[in-house]
Design a protein around this ligand. Sequence first.
Ligand SMILES: Cc1cc2nc3c(=O)[nH]c(=O)nc-3n(C[C@H](O)[C@H](O)[C@H](O)COP(=O)(O)OP(=O)(O)OC[C@H]3O[C@@H](n4cnc5c(N)ncnc54)[C@H](O)[C@@H]3O)c2cc1C
Length: 461
Amino acid sequence: MQREQMLEELSKIVGKENVLSSETDLLLYGYDASLFKGKPDCIAFPGSTQEVSEIVRFCHREKIPVIARGSGTNLSGGTIPTRGGVILHFSRMNKILEIDIENQRAVVETGLFTLALKNQLARHGYVYQPDPASEKVSTFGGNFAENSGGPHCLKYGVTTNHILGAEIVLPDGEVIQVGGKALDNPGYDLTGILVGSEGTLGIATQLTLRIMPKSEAVKTMLAIYNSLEDAGRTVSAIIADGIVPATLEILDKLTIKAVEESVHAGFPLDAEAVLLIEIDGLKDGMERLAERIMEICRKNHARDVKSAKTEAERTQLWAGRKGAFGAISRLRPNYLVCDGTVPRTKLPEVLVRVMEVSKKYNLTIANVFHAGDGNLHPLILFDERDEEELRKVHLAGSEIMKLCADAGGTISGEHGIGTEKMKEMFFVFSPQDIAAMRKVKKAFDPEDIYNPGKIFPEVQA
Ligand SMILES: Cc1cc2nc3c(=O)[nH]c(=O)nc-3n(C[C@H](O)[C@H](O)[C@H](O)COP(=O)(O)OP(=O)(O)OC[C@H]3O[C@@H](n4cnc5c(N)ncnc54)[C@H](O)[C@@H]3O)c2cc1C
């Protein structure tokens, strides 16, 4: 179909003012927070499920790819238009539809920023637990499709544990409802399949979320180390003691330096690593638990353990953690965020191996990660204008994923596969496993309209 005709058809559905197609627009929507680039045919901004359905119906008829997009903060190339097509941008669908305190549920449109709901819930003393560090701008649609994690997911579980239902537009334009406010819906768990499916099976327009009352008390501590491995060992020791803190986050020396230059969180510049620990729950017994954790930290060679005395101090520590990715970008023009998971006990060993990869390729690597989940985020720093360096970055990133897989872990903790890690799928899945997943894709989307060129490796390794 001619592009002009496509624009005309889409304009009929959403209005001319809600379709973009200039060269600049196509350039801007051709990339996300990953290293990849593509070019869409146009961008449409639907205002309702009905409009999403009509656009999808049209694209299905004309075999035009459809790529759902929230804020484009995903780190795996999930919104790259690898085969052109229409970007469906959800910024107009950003309403909180319901906050149901009695049943502890909220219903939102998928273009809503994660933090926007949290800010509203705070007024009721409630919280939506998953907290990707990008929550100020990431949308619920993106969180849903990537099954996002975050610091507090150690105790409370990742996005899939908090999405109970969804309104979904299927690749032929049909609108269905999966799950709902009640627990344990009978039939196949389609919500479970759709969460984390990276926009390849269904496009979500509304989500039903689990919300929880805010904890009565919270305590945030910072353990300071002369060795990154000791910080890693402390994480396993705390959990082995039967304690599940709300968060266990590690930042290494390079990250500390970058953070201190931008956010001034109060991390000591001469430390090799800091471990940010937060516990929450009932006030009663919290001091005793904190004491026990501090003791475990010291036993594992923490040189100092501090605790935040005021809410301002706590906010400052968290600003350091949440601002870490942004702060790292001060060091070099680009970085690749690797996202792999290992069994917690393997953290010290795998961290040493990551540093070996850094030496092998002569690339600087910083580490900031959800240590409690064994979810590593080595950040490989580089300058994309240097082609040789970029080539090495891809090799090093893949090698780190292999390290995680070989340690009994996997190739994504929370950022998804997207266009970035398709060939690495063979590190953890057999051809038969992948064939089974392809059958699911085919059942939902036989024409391969939704987000084509993602997740599945083209050829067998
Ligand atoms: C600084 C920074 C910090 C980050 N920290 C974290 C973190 O702590 N934890 C974490 O898990 N991630 C983190 N991320 C990654 C990213 O923010 C998350 O993956 C987030 O959920 C993406 O949301 P988004 O709205 O930007 O989605 P996008 O990037 O726009 O899209 C992501 C995927 O979702 C699909 N999608 C979007 N909307 C819909 C929809 N309505 N229906 C179906 N599919 C849809 C897209 O097609 C794409 O495949 C971070 C990223 C950055 C840049």
